[in-house]
Design a binder for this molecule. Structure first.
Ligand code: NAP
Length: 313
């Protein structure tokens, strides 16, 4: 791996974070029915007490409510928390100045002076990667974010972002991408290796494949709502993977399916940010870090999931 720049070193020291998409999202996650603000506060508190330091949110989560809630929770704790949020490239956002303006609104909701990581949520259809990086550079220069990153960027776009920022003397801190045992494209398309080579932290989103890698869902008991159709095919293939995760977990002092799935990502060099709706889930997920699968068990899981999803270049 390349030397990690001193500005982004803190991200490489974090092994596991907490995702906050669930905070206020009714459509996919059932916020307000299946769980409440109080459940989320408890999830946040227990995560902090178990050493989780990074929370990942976005301006679009709960239409801003996730950031507001995080702002509230931050005021109620003395513990240091690393805050990562995201800029959404709506098609009407045409100019680099929209990044600074969006970040200022995020900071208002978070009630913070600056965040630790400001990410572009996805490539834009209207702004080039170069223009967005120029916008991010201004955010750093204004002191409103400590570091900057991208999300859902393929290798080519990521390198363009890295190169543009480098011209301003700013490192590309991270690329947040879909990565789990059931979705391993970033290993196959070389993005993970490239990140490691360039000292870019690969942040793994949906590390539990939206709940599929917890052992509670099966073809007979699919997840509720949109997820049931989204995963209609994939869920048929998971029983042997869950069985193996259970079997491996038993050899490490009864680690759960979710904990083994998260640890596999950490062993691969990624930073997983599982979402949790309540304290129980958050507590369990925190236990995915702080220990390590053997190379043999990582290889067994690799083999069991290698062909589970057709990979298209
Ligand atoms: N950059 C992007 O484009 C992008 C996209 C997606 C996500 N993200 C980020 O990544 C974070 C995590 O991804 P994600 O939320 O999509 O999926 P995930 O972390 O793979 O799964 C989260 C869901 O799994 C279930 N769950 C979590 N822990 C559990 C446990 N220990 N036991 C049983 N069930 C458990 C919960 O749903 P149920 O209880 O309903 O099953 C929870 O809402 C998000 O919060 C967000 O910050 C970013």
């Amino acid at each position: 791996m390349n030397d990690v720049s001193k500005e982004t070193r803190f991200l490489h020291a974090v092994s596991l974070g907490l995702g906050a998409w669930q905070w206020g999202d009714r459509m996919i996650w059932g916020y307000g029915q299946a769980y409440t603000d109080d459940d989320l506060r408890k999830a946040f508190d227990i995560s902090l007490s178990l050493g989780i330091r990074l929370v990942d949110t976005a301006e679009i989560y709960g239409s801003g409510y996730s950031e507001r809630l995080l702002g509230q929770f931050l005021k109620e704790t003395e513990q240091p928390v690393l805050v990562a949020t995201k800029f959404f490239p709506w098609p009407w956002r045409l100019f680099k100045g929209s990044l600074l303006s969006a970040l200022k609104h995020s900071l208002e909701r978070l009630e913070l002076e600056a965040v630790d990581l400001y990410q572009i949520h996805a490539p834009s259809w209207v702004m080039s990667s170069e223009m967005m990086m120029e916008g991010l550079a201004v955010c750093v220069q204004e002191g409103l974010t400590r570091t900057v990153g991208v999300s859902n960027f393929g290798q080519k776009n990521m390198i363009r972002a890295y190169t543009t920022l480098a011209r301003h003397g700013i490192p590309l801190a991270s690329n947040q991408v879909h990565y789990s045992l059931l979705h391993r494209d970033v290993e196959k398309n070389g993005t993970l290796a490239r990140c490691q080579e360039l000292g870019i932290r690969l942040i793994a989103y949906s590390p539990l494949e939206e709940g599929l890698l917890t052992g509670k869902y099966s073809p007979e008991n699919p997840p509720p709502g949109i997820r049931s159709s989204q995963y209609a095919d994939l869920i048929k293939k998971i029983p042997p993977v869950i069985k193996l995760l259970q079997e491996i977990g038993m050899n490490y002092g009864d680690k759960t399916v979710a904990q083994v799935a998260l640890n596999w990502l950490i062993c691969k060099g990624a930073l997983p940010i599982p979402g949790a709706k309540n304290a129980l889930q958050a507590e369990q997920n925190a236990g995915g870090a702080g220990w390590s699968l053997s190379a043999e068990d990582v290889a067994r899981l690799d083999e069991a999931t290698d062909k589970i999803k057709e990979y298209r270049q």
